[in-house]
Design a binder for this molecule. Structure first.
Ligand code: LLP
Length: 442
C-alpha cells in the first residue's frame, strides 16, 4: 500500500499534512488536540471551505451575467456557521423556521436568503415574508394559496421563483433523487405555466426566478446539464407566453464529494465551469434581452471536505476470521449517513497515519443496535483503547442530521482559521437534553 493510498490527501482538508509521521491541521497535532479537548469532536478547516467557495466563484465566471453562490444550509448550520457564510457574502437556501431563525440571528442580509420546501408551514412563509427574504421558491400550487393573503398585506410584491421538476433521474442514491417523475418536489412543466398565470392574476407577487434541483452527490454532469436546459427552455416558453423575462436562474446544487479512496477525485472548479458555460450557451440560443443572475446552491461541496470527525477508540473485539470490531465514542447519532445511505468512509490514526495496516476493521459506535456502524470495512494498523481515530469528509450532513438517539450528547464543533482554533458549538450536556422536558404534576 503506497503512502497516497494510506493518506489520500484529497479526502482531507487542504490544511492537513503529515509532520514527523503525525497528522496535523496547520500547526495542530490532531491526536494531541483531540485527546486534550475530549472526543467525539468535529473540527473544520476554514481554508478548505474558502477554497471550495473560490472554486465556485471561479467556475461561475463562465457565465457572462451576474452570479450568486448560495449555500444550502441543510448541509451544516449553526449560528457561527451562518455568520461565516454571511461574511463571505454567500447567499443561503433555508427550508425551515429553524434555519431561517438561525440565519436571521446570525445577522444574515435577508435579501441573500431564499426559502425552499415542498410543504412549507404557513408560519415559515409568514416569517420569511416579514423578514424580507430575497425570494420564496414555489414548489407546488398550494404554496400560492398560502402566499396570497401574505402578498395582499404587503406594500412591496413578494419575489417568487418556480421550482421545476424536470423529470430526470439523477445518478445517485434514490433517497437523494429529487427531480424525477413522481418525486415530491417541484412543478411539472404545465404546473409551472399554471403557477406563472396564477402569480400574474393574484397580484402582490412577482415571478422573478426559475429553479431546479435533481439531487445530491452527483458526479456525472450530463443530467445536471439536461436539467439546466429544461429550465432555460421553461424561461423561454414563459416569456413566449407573455410572462416576461426572469431575473434569476438557479439550476440547484448537488455536485458530488468523494468520501472514499475508491471514489476517485472530482474537480469542483471545472465542474462548475462546465455547468455555468453550458447554461450560458443554452441561454444565448434563445435571444433573451440579457443574462439573469445565475444562482448555484451547493451544500455538501462547500463544507464536506472541511470537516474531520475525531473519536476515541474503546473496546476492540477480535474476530475468528482475523477481522476486528473497533468501537469508538461516536456513532450513528453524530453520523447517520452510513446507516441511511450505506455511505462509505475511510479512517486514519492521526498519531500514526502511515503505519502499515494489519488487517480489516469495522468501526462501530456504542448505541444499542447493529445499524450503529460508521465504517463497514477499513484497513487499519494495530489499534488500542485510547487511540484517536479520525474520519475525513465529515463536514456535511453529519451534524445537521445528528440525533440524540440513546440520549447521546452532540459533540462540540471547532473551526480552524488563520492559525487559531475557535469553538463554534460546545458539547451538549445532560442539562441541555432536559431543557424541553416538563415533569409530570405530582
Ligand atoms: N438545493 C436543494 C433544493 C436541495 O434540496 C439540496 C439538498 C441542495 C440544494 C444541496 O445539495 P448538495 O449540494 O448538498 O448536494 N442527507 C443526504 C443529502 C440530502 C440532500 C438534500 N438536498 C446525504 O447525506 O447524502
Amino acid at each position: 500500500m503506497r503512502v497516497t493510498e494510506r493518506f489520500p490527501r484529497y479526502l482531507w482538508p487542504i490544511s492537513a499534512h503529515l509532520r514527523g509521521g503525525r497528522l496535523h491541521l496547520g500547526e495542530l497535532d490532531l491526536a494531541v488536540w483531540a485527546a486534550g479537548c475530549g472526543t467525539p469532536v468535529y473540527l473544520y478547516d476554514a481554508a478548505t471551505c474558502d477554497e471550495a467557495i473560490a472554486a465556485y466563484r471561479y467556475g461561475l465566471r463562465a457565465w457572462p451575467g451576474p452570479s450568486l453562490l448560495a449555500y444550502a444550509a441543510k448541509a451544516w448550520l449553526n449560528l457561527p456557521a451562518a455568520q461565516l457564510m454571511s461574511r463571505r457574502r454567500v447567499g443561503l437556501d433555508v427550508v425551515s423556521q429553524g434555519e431561517l431563525a438561525i440565519a436571521l440571528a446570525a445577522g444574515y442580509d435577508p435579501a441573500l436568503l431564499h426559502v425552499h420546501g415542498n410543504n412549507k408551514p404557513p408560519a415559515l412563509l409568514d416569517e420569511a415574508a416579514a423578514a424580507g427574504v430575497g425570494s420564496i421558491v414555489v414548489d407546488n400550487l398550494h404554496d400560492l394559496e398560502l402566499l396570497e393573503p401574505l402578498a395582499a398585506a404587503r406594500a412591496t410584491p413578494l419575489s417568487l421563483w418556480l421550482r421545476l421538476n424536470p423529470d430526470l433521474l439523477a445518478p445517485t442514491h434514490h433517497y437523494r433523487q429529487t427531480g424525477h417523475h413522481g418525486a415530491k418536489f417541484g412543478l411539472t412543466w404545465d404546473e409551472a405555466h399554471a403557477a406563472a398565470d396564477s402569480i400574474r392574476k393574484r397580484g402582490g407577487m412577482v415571478l422573478t426566478g426559475l429553479h431546479t434541483h435533481i439531487g445530491s452527490q452527483i458526479f456525472e454532469l450530463e443530467p445536471l446539464l439536461a436539467a439546466a436546459d429544461r429550465l432555460v427552455a421553461l424561461a423561454a416558453s414563459l416569456r413566449e407566453a407573455g410572462y416576461g423575462e426572469i431575473a434569476c436562474l438557479c439550476p440547484g446544487g448537488g455536485l458530488g464529494q468523494p468520501y472514499h479512496p475508491e471514489e476517485g477525485r472530482f474537480n469542483l472548479a471545472e465542474a462548475v465551469q462546465r455547468i455555468a458555460g453550458h447554461c450560458a450557451r443554452t441561454w444565448s440560443q434563445y435571444n433573451f434581452g440579457s443574462y439573469p443572475t445565475l444562482v448555484l446552491e451547493p451544500g455538501r461541496s462547500l463544507v464536506a471536505r472541511a470537516g474531520i470527525a475525531l473519536y476515541t477508540v474503546g473496546a476492540v473485539r477480535r474476530l475468528a476470521d482475523g477481522g476486528r470490531i473497533i468501537a469508538v465514542d461516536g456513532s450513528m447519532a453524530d453520523n447517520p449517513r452510513p446507516a441511511l445511505y450505506q455511505a462509505r468512509y475511510t479512517a486514519s490514526l492521526p498519531a500514526a497515519p502511515l503505519a502499515p495496516p494489519t488487517g480489516p476493521a469495522r468501526i462501530v459506535g456504542p448505541l444499542c443496535e447493529s445499524g450503529d456502524v460508521l465504517i463497514e470495512h477499513v484497513l487499519l494498523p494495530e489499534v488500542h483503547p485510547g487511540d484517536i481515530l479520525a474520519i475525513p469528509v465529515s463536514g456535511a450532513y453529519h451534524l445537521s442530521m445528528a440525533s440524540n438517539y440513546n440520549a447521546t450528547l452532540l459533540p462540540p464543533v471547532y473551526w480552524r482559521e488563520a492559525g487559531k482554533t475557535i469553538c463554534l458549538q460546545r458539547r451538549q450536556t445532560p442539562a441541555d437534553l432536559l431543557l424541553r422536558d416538563l415533569p409530570l404534576p405530582s
